[in-house]
Write a protein that binds this ligand. Structure first.
Ligand SMILES: [Zn+2]
Length: 474
């Protein structure tokens, strides 16, 4: 190589380190790139991908050293104040060295440590300034990548994908740990955001030109976790089965005026909020209420909750969305009609269809009362037996939800009559969280679900402020 090969000495935090100036490294990297191009031209079996790979490799050391230099300089400048409470630190000492994995390789930083008398804790201000305070040793860029990948795919795959795309090596267990740590941090950020939203007394003075409705949907699905593992035998001896399936409560909310259609007629919602939690119905209630407020519930002309018949949903709605109208998911109502049909006609599918079609049409275009009257007439004519029991149960169901079946009015007003939006949300989340062989803990699940919702709600930058990327509409 025809480059200069000078070295110089830099002083960082009192430690003498032998390093080359960045300009020298840059010149050497440029020479390396020229050589890579030469080699690329000679090699008949290489396509552009080979050059891309080699070029990225060729500047890696330059990037690593730039990042290390900047990190150290910023660490040296960090004021000796407590990053949590702002109090002046005492008992300061220099030279606390720690190595971090960045996306360009490992760097070691010398930091100053001090004691905060107010918090009664040792603090390293440089770590807070650099975004290294809550990590097992990874830079914000690596924290970001680990969190995103772990919330999208199993950690074994995530580890391989990360290394393939970036060269960063994080073994699955390490990646998992870091993602959960970031998930914990995300939960703290979410708590703060939710408190702000739920506690805001004044409605933000946003000018709303057209009155809009806020649509809220809820659902729940099962997740398998590992709690009670290792205790299986003792639990069984005590006559108990270990509980491994748990509910994940999910909600979505959007403004009706932000719901449009694709060219193919499929409904799309340009802006909508997601909530998914393992913190029970109470957790969902508070998180979904906060999300709805952030999405404009406070300024909405009205709100509408659409869901299946689950009792907990309507209780939650009565409790936290008192003023909202309620609508039973149309397709669930149809399923209950079909259940009556099956009780009447058994396996005779043709007869069932013939009976069902006009009723479904009436339910959709006329009124639920009309349908219920017909069911009652059928019930009257049935002899006692198992069939009458099944039909009676369904009639009771329709009575219970009678006021939630205003499908005709809903359609006329351009509102959804089904809870398709939440069901597709659940399906997507289940793809990630229900893969075979993944048994997690409640804490771990909650952390990953929290990361997932930050991503879907386009708030990733609140966790990783260096990222400006906004995902395409989902
Ligand atoms: Zn403090």
């Amino acid at each position: 190589m025809g480059c200069m090969n000078t070295t110089c000495t830099e002083s960082t935090a009192g430690v003498k380190v032998k390093t080359e100036p960045l300009a020298v490294l840059a010149a050497r990297a440029a020479c390396g790139l020229e050589e890579a191009i030469e080699g690329f031209l000679r090699a008949s079996d290489e396509n552009l991908g080979h050059l891309e790979q080699e070029a990225a490799q060729g500047v890696m050391e330059l990037l690593r050293r730039s990042v290390a230099k900047g990190a150290q300089a910023k660490a040296d400048k960090a004021p000796p104040d407590c990053p949590v409470c702002g109090h002046k630190l005492s008992r300061l000492s220099d030279g606390h060295s720690r190595t971090f994995q960045t996306r360009f390789g490992q760097i070691t930083i010398q930091r100053t440590r001090g004691y905060c008398q107010r918090c009664r804790k040792w603090r390293v201000p440089a770590d807070a300034v650099l975004g290294l305070a809550e990590t097992a040793g990874y830079s914000p860029a690596v924290q970001d990548m680990a969190s995103l990948l772990a919330s999208k795919m199993p950690v074994g795959e995530a580890s391989a994908v990360l290394e393939h795309l970036t060269g960063v090596k994080l073994p699955p267990a390490t990646l998992d740990r870091e993602a959960r740590r970031q998930g914990q941090r995300a939960r703290a950020v979410r708590r703060k955001l939710d408190e702000q939203a739920n506690g805001a007394t004044a409605v933000p003075a946003e000018l709303v030109l057209e009155p809009y409705q806020m649509i809220i949907q809820m659902d729940a699905w099962n997740i398998r976790e590992r709690d009670g593992w290792g205790k299986t035998q003792s639990l069984r001896r005590a006559g108990q089965e270990p509980e491994r399936w748990h509910w994940v409560y999910t909600g979505t909310c959007f403004r009706l005026d932000q719901r449009g259609q694709t060219a193919g007629g499929r409904p799309v919602i340009s802006e909508r909020g997601f909530v998914a939690t393992r913190e029970g119905i109470d957790g969902l209630r508070e998180q979904l209420h906060a999300e709805a407020l952030r999405r404009g519930l406070g300024q909405a002309a009205g709100a509408l909750v659409i869901a299946d018949g689950a009792v907990w949903i309507w209780r939650l709605a009565d409790d936290r969305f008192k003023d909202a109208r309620q609508r039973l998911d149309f397709y669930h109502a149809v399923q209950h009609l079909a259940a009556v049909g099956r009780a009447l006609f058994g396996e005779d599918k043709a007869k069932l269809k013939e009976w069902l079609r006009p009723l479904v049409r009436q339910l959709q275009n006329q009124s639920a009362i009309k349908v219920i009257h017909q069911l009652e007439e059928i019930l009257k004519g049935l002899p006692e037996g198992t069939t009458v029991e099944a039909v009676r149960k369904e009639v009771a169901y329709f009575h219970e939800h009678q006021d939630r079946m205003d499908y005709r009015k809903g359609r006329r007003q351009g509102e959804p009559i089904g809870s398709g939006a939440i069901e597709s949300t659940c399906r997507q989340a289940q793809c990630r969280f229900k893969r075979p062989g993944q048994y997690w803990s409640r804490e771990g699940d909650e952390s990953l679900l929290c990361l997932e919702t930050f991503w879907r709600n386009h708030r990733w930058h609140l966790l990783f402020p260096h990222t400006t990327f906004k995902p395409a509409r989902n």
